[in-house]
Design a protein around this ligand. Structure first.
Ligand SMILES: [Ca+2]
Length: 295
């Protein structure tokens, strides 16, 4: 109920602001209210970034109290091609905060033996959580072979290495298929004896991944639910780990990853047409928020 009232207030405020914008010069566009300041009756905000560049002058505006960069082609972590034969080299320079958004830019440029550069940010050793709601408002780029993701990996190897210790994909998409996004969990045994289940969200007619949408999971000890714009499209309670009792492996702390990959196994190794780089190829994140149900 409170959320509904907040939403109405937000809509009303947006309407008033939108009305004001028309009368203001371009350089006086109102700055949006911080979503991190919102409170909810039944949930505690445990992590929030609105990507307000004015607060964070370092690292192209990225707040290093909340995020770290994962750079390289995966070899640095013992997984060349990031374990998926991906075609990009991740660099800090490809992420920047501007106008209230975190931008992850895929560039058609050669670097360290790869023909594309991009960025990958994570909260490993900074923030992780067991259970709760994880959400982000994201606009995704279009183009063959683009593989953006908002996902979670576990802090430790209590239940073994991947994927016996689990992976939760809140959102993955293929730039080739604009009307779809998906969610998944990976679990079971250690690679190659792992398995996964997933659900696909089909956008309503006229909508695509190339607009801002809120991608979320709600994670409890016996169920994970996936949402797009608060519409439930997939849920499961069915998982296991060869190294622990249910609900292992999804009963330990997981951290957040945001990245824009290209090529790789997710879409058959296809690569983008050079023409998509005539415009900036950006994954834009408006905010990331995490809630806990209990304290
Ligand atoms: Ca924002």
């Amino acid at each position: 109920m409170k959320k509904t009232q907040s939403l109405l207030l937000l809509l009303l405020t947006s309407f008033i602001l939108a009305s004001c914008v028309e009368t203001l010069p371009d350089d006086q566009t109102p700055i949006e209210t911080s979503l991190c300041a919102e409170t909810f009756d039944d949930k505690l905000i445990t992590f929030c970034d609105d990507f307000d560049a004015a607060e964070n002058p370092n690292a192209q505006g990225v707040d290093l109290n909340k995020w770290a960069f994962q750079t390289g082609d995966g070899s640095q972590y013992g997984i060349p091609g990031w374990g998926n034969n991906e075609a990009q080299y991740y660099r800090e320079e490809n992420a920047f905060v501007e106008n209230g958004y975190l931008n992850i830019q895929l560039k058609n440029e050669s670097f360290e033996g790869k023909f594309y550069t991009s960025a990958r940010l994570w909260t490993n050793n900074i923030f992780s959580q067991t259970y709760g709601r994880f959400e982000a408002r994201i606009k995704l780029p279009l183009g063959n072979g683009l593989w953006p993701a908002f996902w979670l990996l576990p802090d430790n190897t209590t239940f073994g290495t991947w994927a016996a210790n689990g992976e939760i994909d809140i959102m993955e998409a293929r730039g080739r298929i604009p009307e779809e996004a998906s969610g998944a969990i990976h679990f079971g045994g250690q690679w190659p004896n792992n398995t996964y289940t997933s659900g696909v969200y089909q956008f309503p007619s006229g909508q695509t991944i190339n607009e801002f949408h809120v991608y979320a999971i709600e994670w409890e000890d016996n169920q994970i639910r996936w949402y797009v714009n608060d519409e439930l499209y997939y849920q499961t309670s069915d998982w296991y780990s060869e190294n622990g009792e249910y609900p292992a492996p999804f009963n330990t702390n997981f951290y957040i990853i945001l990245n824009l990959a290209v090529g790789g196994v997710f879409d058959g190794g296809i690569l983008p047409d050079a023409s998509i780089f005539n415009d900036d190829v950006l994954m834009q994140i408006d905010y990331v928020r995490v809630f806990q149900y209990f304290v």
